[in-house]
Design a protein around this ligand. Structure first.
Ligand code: OAD
Length: 243
């Protein structure tokens, strides 16, 4: 493997766990007490909009009580200091990466603090409760919903993500169980394009076998250490002494 220039990072709920946000596939397989199909599918939204809206209202309100942790801060530092290409692809719908300062970031599963109009497709920043049948400020219909990619819907930014994976020298997956596609397939895509692959996760995941290396531990410890290593290698590569 030659010098690394292009990095793609995939993050999942494990990155926000140390900030106090529950992961999806914890003990019992429930997400904040709900089965995922009761709150995270188009069918659930159609069947019981009040439940789905209330569920995401609570998640959105909970963002006020959490802060970025050492993993978010380290990735934001990497974003600031890494001179090559970098894309942080998060599956998380919280805003902790951007609150830490990350900018080269896409939310592939949507964002809690965004509302999507199912009628006209407009997106609005939304920080308060979003009751069912809230009027869309753009088209005036009553079709605003949480801007969350439900199961069965197409994740966002796929063209940009696939282009970044095709150009990546290194793909790093942090805090994700590898249970949900297409994100779970990014490691194989990056590998097929010739990237090195690294997993940082609390425990072995469904995808561990696809990575060249897996390091097990808490993101709050593993990520800052990994970022230190990558930035140190960058300064060695760019130092005149190493030419
Ligand atoms: P999961 O809850 O499936 O997996 C979280 C992973 O993080 C697990 O493998 C944990 O072992 C690991 N983990 C927990 N605490 C950690 C820590 N402190 N440090 C490092 N790793 C830790 O969450 P995701 O893989 O993100 O989709 O779930 C993927 C998607 O499924 C989500 O984006 C969501 C859900 O349905 C939507 O909302 C559309």
């Amino acid at each position: 493997m030659g010098a690394i220039r292009n990095i793609v990072i995939l993050t999942g709920a494990g990155v926000s766990a140390e900030s106090g946000i529950a992961t999806f596939r914890g003990p019992g397989g429930l997400w904040e007490g709900h089965r995922v199909e009761d709150v995270c599918t188009p069918e659930a939204l159609a069947r019981d909009p009040a439940l789905v809206h209330r569920f995401y209202d609570l998640r959105r309100a909970a963002l006020r009580d959490v802060r970025p942790n050492a993993a978010h801060t380290a990735l934001a530092r990497l974003d600031r200091e890494w001179t090559g290409d970098l894309l942080i692809v998060t599956q998380n719908v919280d805003d902790l990466h951007e609150r830490a300062g990350a900018e080269r970031l896409v939310h592939m599963h949507g964002e809690l603090q965004s509302a999507l109009c199912a009628a006209c497709g407009v997106r609005e920043r939304w920080t308060d409760a979003l009751p069912p049948e809230t009027e869309c400020p753009n088209c005036g219909t009553f079709a605003l919903r949480p801007d969350i990619v439900f199961f069965g819907e197409m994740p966002y930014h796929m063209d940009r993500i696939e282009a970044a994976l095709a150009a990546a020298d290194l793909f790093v997956s942090i805090g994700t169980s590898g249970a949900v596609y297409p994100a779970a397939g990014f490691v194989q895509m990056a590998d097929a394009y010739g990237a090195d692959t690294l997993e940082l996760n609390l425990e072995r995941s469904a995808g561990s076998g696809f990575f060249a290396r897996s390091e097990l531990g808490a993101a709050g410890e593993l990520v800052p250490a990994w970022v230190d290593t990558v930035l140190a290698a960058q300064s060695t590569q760019s130092s005149p002494m190493s030419r």
